[in-house]
Design a protein around this ligand. Structure first.
Ligand code: MN3
Length: 251
């Protein structure tokens, strides 16, 4: 499928959710102001939808292959969205925004489905928007570059620390670059589909501005057991403009 066909095919799923994960997300050509309005209405009634990718499935190859992108987005992420909609029905979460849900889930058994699928929807929405074609990847600049230098020494040292954190996740989970309440950057990891905004579940609460999915489904088709290679190639497709916008929005 070429890019044009892809965009057309996915336009009907365009979500443009109006919370953090999509800040600065590139819009597809088919996107209209009306989509935003519809999404706001849907979000307020718990009708969460799968956000379209701003690039084609093969746009990140060879760093992330097309088949992985397609299955990851169309099957895994779509599954979280569907199950989240079912899970919130008739609960106190119904009618809340995704961010409100993420911030308020607890470790109670009754929250498990919302925690896993709400986290899955939030985390993947963020993930698709902080990655993109390698040729547009860029480097951290401006305020974000200053904050990275202050927190980690320099960009290479940040990457080293982020890679170490990503590699250390046992089983399925995520590594994150977060902004804390003090506006300083820190790196953390979460198991499964937990997120650093889940204040009652994590040791250090923060707003993620970059995340890497280290579930095997994110890399296994191309990299098999070589998680380390997937992590090193991830930096080739980080959309630093998006990450910088996220940081600037919080500063
Ligand atoms: Mn995933």
């Amino acid at each position: 499928m070429d890019k044009r066909t892809f965009l057309k095919a996915t336009a009907i799923t365009t979500a443009g959710i109006i919370i953090n994960p999509m800040v600065g997300c590139q819009q597809t050509p088919d996107k209209t102001a009306n989509d935003n309005k519809n999404q706001a209405a849907e979000t307020s009634t718990g009708g969460f939808t799968l956000p379209a990718l701003a690039y084609s499935f093969d746009a990140l190859a060879p760093n992330i292959d097309a088949q992985t992108m397609e299955i990851h987005h169309d099957k895994h992420h779509a599954g979280y969205v569907k199950k989240l909609n079912a899970a919130v029905k008739g609960t106190a979460f119904e009618g809340k925004t995704l961010e409100e849900i993420i911030k308020s889930v607890s470790d109670k058994d009754s929250d498990t489905a919302v925690r896993n699928n709400g986290g899955g929807h939030f985390n993947h929405s963020l993930f698709w928007s902080v990655i993109g074609p390698a040729e547009a990847s860029g480097q951290p600049e401006g305020q974000l570059a200053d904050a990275i230098n202050a927190a980690f020494g320099d960009v290479d040292k940040f990457k080293e620390a982020f890679s170490t954190a990503s590699s250390s996740v046992f089983g399925s989970g995520w590594a994150w670059l977060c902004v804390g309440a003090d506006k300083k950057l820190f790196i953390t990891t979460t198991p499964n589909q937990d997120n650093p905004l889940m204040a009652s579940l994590v040791e250090q609460t923060g707003t993620p501005i970059l995340g890497i999915d280290v579930w095997e489904h994110a890399y296994y088709l191309n990299y098999q057991n070589r998680r380390g290679d997937y992590i090193s190639n991830f930096y080739n497709v980080v959309d630093w403009n998006n990450v910088s916008e996220r940081f600037a929005a919080l500063a």
